[in-house]
Ligand binder design. Structure first.
Ligand SMILES: Nc1ncnc2c1ncn2[C@@H]1O[C@H](COP(=O)(O)OP(=O)(O)OP(=O)(O)O)[C@@H](O)[C@H]1O
Ligand SMILES: [Mg+2]
Length: 401
């Protein structure tokens, strides 16, 4: 990667705050959810209290009516006020628990008397679990009746309302988040692809021109210096390689079965000449043929980026080990380790984010590109297998076969 020639404005600090915002939003959502559940629960308990008082009133009126049979007014209050305003299912039983009367149960009119009794007893069992019955005493007869009741439908609905509401809101929130994420990824893809295509396109013209000049120089007597021509050819070849990297990133790259060991060795020998001689490469692979489907220019770019990061982490001195293996499931595994300063545990996820860099002249794009190439273009995987502070880091690439 090209080094950034000016002080890097950390516009990407947003990324570091992103997870903080996520937590804040989640926290606020949790508070709202809890507050709404708490508030509805309060409403429910108030309503419950009211229903209980209404039933007590109902029982009291029954009791009063029975004990003072001549009270006309009370009969009126009962029939006209209490009964119509009451949607609470009620069963009145005698002292032995046999149903005598019921209200608000919505029993079918077609039921026979026996079926009705059976149903009432069933409902009674449910009511017994919900609330204590209210006792009605008959003074003259010395016997008791009981009023059993159940929460009204309204109360039951209100109890479940916040959970239903919160579930619907959460599902909606999740869908909105996924849609947003999807459109963000799609936009990022377009930018990567568009920029890469444009770069490849713009480099194309001067490179063809350079190649033409080179051919011309070979024929001109004055500049027939083989060494100079050779160096120029190397540079042009390098430029062509850069162009092919960008044009591959900018399109759907073709994948071919390639010898991975050979590909790695080529990149390493290219790099070795350009970095400190105090960096030792140790490439290890079993003598068997290990092949995987790769796009060569892009794969080279991956190895180059990882090696450059390793060199930086070791401050130009240490060992870079590359271990190529075939996993039992047939996939190809490449472990690239260094003896550098390592990555702190808290930063292990951040290193792949665009813009994350600890270098004064870094762009923080190297690993983003690497991840993109391996995962989007090769359907493989890359992750940090291990990292020890001041001991080194190992990246693992898995290429599916
Ligand atoms: N092998 C490694 N050992 C220790 N830290 C590493 C290693 N590889 C990457 N990092 C950390 O991850 C950060 C991001 O790496 P990345 O390659 O994405 O960007 P960069 O190297 O800083 O800049 P550039 O865009 O020029 O590559 C680095 O700045 C460094 O802190
Ligand atoms: Mg880098």
């Amino acid at each position: 990667m090209i080094n950034n020639p000016f002080t890097y404005p950390r516009a990407f600090d947003l990324y570091r705050n992103k997870s903080k915002y996520k937590w804040i939003i989640l926290f606020v959502a949790l508070i709202i959810g809890l507050a709404s559940i708490f508030y509805t629960n309060r409403l429910v308990s108030q309503l419950k209290e009211r229903e209980k008082r209404l039933i007590e009133l109902y029982a009291k009126t029954l009791e009063y009516n029975a004990n003072q049979k001549d009270n006309q007014n009370l009969g009126f209050i009962f029939q006209e006020i209490i009964v119509p305003n009451n949607s609470i299912p009620v069963i009145l039983t005698d002292g032995g628990g046999n149903p005598l009367d019921h209200r608000n149960l919505n029993l079918k009119a077609s039921l026979t008397e026996i079926e009705k009794q059976e149903l009432l007893r069933e409902k009674l069992e449910i009511m017994k679990e919900e609330h204590e019955p209210i006792l009605i005493r008959f003074e003259d007869e010395g016997s008791n009746n009981y009023v059993y009741y159940k929460n009204s439908r309204l109360l039951d609905q209100l109890r479940y309302y916040p959970y239903v509401q919160l579930s619907i809101i959460s599902i909606f929130g999740l869908l909105a988040y996924l849609a947003f994420n999807y459109s963000k990824t799609a936009e990022q893809n377009r930018i990567w692809v568009g920029l890469a295509k444009e770069t490849a396109h713009q480099l194309g013209t001067p490179i063809s021109s350079l190649m033409a000049w080179l051919e011309y120089f070979k024929t001109v007597e004055r500049v027939k210096d083989p060494e100079l021509i050779q160096e120029l050819e190397k540079d042009v070849a390098r430029l062509e390689m850069i162009t092919s990297r960008f044009s591959n990133i900018g399109s759907t790259p073709l994948l071919n079965y390639e010898d991975i060991h050979q590909a790695v060795k080529n990149t390493v020998s290219y790099l070795q000449k350009r970095i400190s001689s105090k960096v030792v490469f140790k490439v290890h692979a079993l003598p068997v043929d290990i092949r995987a489907k790769i796009n060569k220019p892009l794969f080279d770019w991956v190895i180059e980026n990882l090696c450059k990061n390793a060199v930086d982490a070791m401050a130009g001195e240490g060992v870079i080990g590359i271990d190529i293996r075939k996993a039992p499931d047939g996939n190809v595994m490449i472990d690239l380790s260094d003896t550098g300063k390592g990555i702190p545990k808290s930063k292990l996820r951040d290193v792949f984010l665009p813009g994350y860099t600890t270098k004064s002249r870094g762009w923080g794009l190297g690993l983003t590109l690497v991840k993109r190439i391996i995962e989007n273009y090769h359907q493989g995987k890359i992750y940090i297998k291990s990292s020890e502070p001041d001991a080194g880091t190992t990246f693992r690439i898995i290429l599916k076969v």
